[in-house]
Design a protein around this ligand. Structure first.
Ligand code: EPU
Length: 418
């Protein structure tokens, strides 16, 4: 268990580099089992979810080697294995082994996936997709048992444009005979990242990044090479920190098209920034306007930036309103923000009001989930005095090397193993 300690109020200046995207990397590693032989994934973030995924790869008898931030995976001696609960519950993304193993072995046995408790988060759309391809899915004592004598390509309409379901069905469809068409597919950049890895290995996939994806079945892929896209949520979190504390803070490794919804919202509320080819430079804004934010699937405002954004809005003039449409339990962080001096009000599970500006003071708080933890970290950085964030492991799940990175731009921050 880790605890992060922050002495608030320091200016943030210099350059901070964005790591590879968690939500791409956690899909790319399971996807690599579709490659016969070696694949290389560049720009892998240093986050705890990756440690658990590599443990699962070893359980499947794959060889793994890290060279700096590149991960070399060799599946030459891969063997089928069940994925046990102690690994699957450690993260949400363990569900990608369902689609990948179904394509590679025609079966998958995996205990329920874990992940932050930010809502009900069912995986019914994934399951319906596998069943449409011809798989049989049984649930026996907290375990999914998915089997298929033969998978057959078909048309699958997703009831909700879920990132996880889109990627999972895309992986499974590679093991199917014929063509699969996913309609109402999610359009997040992470899907494009995974599809480009599979295409580089010889897969025939068209339309990733749009709401219709066409996949031609071909389970034997080779020579996988991919670079993980920069993490748009980590980038957005640093940009938010820059708007509150920056002194020409340069956030480097940003694909600004992935952050249009955040950047346009910042412009709307009077926050200026300078955009260059792969960086955003930003300084503290002393006159932030209030706003309305509705979280949506990509390219809408990302739910994963909602919580850090709420902290920013505690410093805005007037009342802001947040409508969280993706999850039912993503305001837990606001209880701690209020203890630090914020004035937020949960109207119901999807709606929140934030009244600003409010002075925040350092407190002992607890990270409630990954992005909730990030929201408290931003709050601790702008608070007067010392804050202690317990259960900081949530933060480490998505923000690689965060303490050293923030130290390097001037934050007074330490981490303890407790
Ligand atoms: N949903 C269903 N059925 C499904 C799948 C999803 O109803 O089968 C609904 C959920 O109930 C929820 C919404 O769709 O309302 C999103 O669901 P979920 O959390 O399952 O989304 P995901 O696609 O698995 C990914 C990211 C999340 C991110 C969302 C939305 C990964 C591993 N996770 O989840 O990341 O919030 O997309 O963009 O890629 C995070 O990084 O903090 C995080 C939670």
């Amino acid at each position: 268990m880790h605890r992060i300690i922050v002495e608030g109020g320091s200016k943030l200046t210099g350059e901070i580099k964005v790591s590879g995207a968690k939500n791409s990397a956690v899909a790319l590693i399971p996807a690599s089992i579709l490659c016969k032989g070696k694949s290389i994934i560049y720009n892998v973030p240093e986050i705890s979810d990756i440690d658990y995924l590599t443990k699962i790869m070893k359980l499947l008898n794959c060889d793994l080697k890290f060279e700096n931030d590149s991960l070399i995976i060799d599946t030459t001696n891969i063997k089928y294995n069940e994925i046990p609960e102690n690994l699957s519950v450690m993260m949400r993304a363990s569900y990608y082994y369902m689609g990948a193993m179904l394509a590679r072995f025609g079966k998958a046995e995996i205990s329920f996936p874990g992940g932050c408790t930010i809502g009900a988060r069912p995986i019914d759309i994934h399951i319906k997709g596998f069943e449409s391809l011809g798989a049989k899915v049984e649930i026996i004592r907290n375990k999914y048992i998915i089997t298929a004598d033969k998978l057959i390509g078909t048309k699958i309409y997703l009831d909700f444009a879920s990132v996880g379901a889109t990627i999972n069905i895309m992986l499974a469809a590679l093991g199917a005979e014929g063509t699969t068409i996913i309609e109402n597919a999610a359009r997040e950049p992470e899907i494009v990242n995974v599809a480009s890895f599979l295409i580089n290995m010889g897969a025939d996939i068209k339309g990733a990044g749009t709401s219709t994806i066409e996949i031609v079945g071909k389970p034997c892929l080779e020579n996988g090479v991919v670079e993980v896209f920069p993490d748009r949520i980590e980038a957005g979190t640093f940009i938010i920190m820059g708007a509150l504390l920056g002194d020409n803070l340069k956030v480097k490794g940003v694909i600004s098209e992935h952050l249009e919804s955040l950047l346009s919202k910042l412009s709307e509320i009077g926050i200026e920034y300078v955009q260059s080819s792969d960086a955003i430079t930003i300084s503290k804004c002393d006159n932030i306007g209030s706003c309305y934010i509705k979280t949506l699937v990509y390219p809408g405002f990302p739910t994963d930036l909602q919580q850090p954004m709420v902290t920013l809005l505690t410093q805005a003039n007037g009342k802001s309103v947040i409508e969280e449409t993706i999850y039912e339990n993503r305001f837990k962080n606001t209880l701690y923000l209020n203890e630090m001096g914020a004035k937020t009000n949960i109207i119901d599970e999807h709606n929140l009001e934030v009244f600003g500006p409010t002075k925040l003071v350092g407190k002992n708080v607890v990270a409630t989930d990954l992005r909730g933890g990030a929201s408290l970290l931003v709050a601790a950085l702008i608070s007067e005095g010392r804050s202690v964030i317990d259960d900081a492991d949530y933060i480490l799940r998505g923000y690689g090397n965060i303490v050293n990175k923030l130290k390097s731009i001037g934050a007074k921050i330490e981490i303890e193993n407790v």
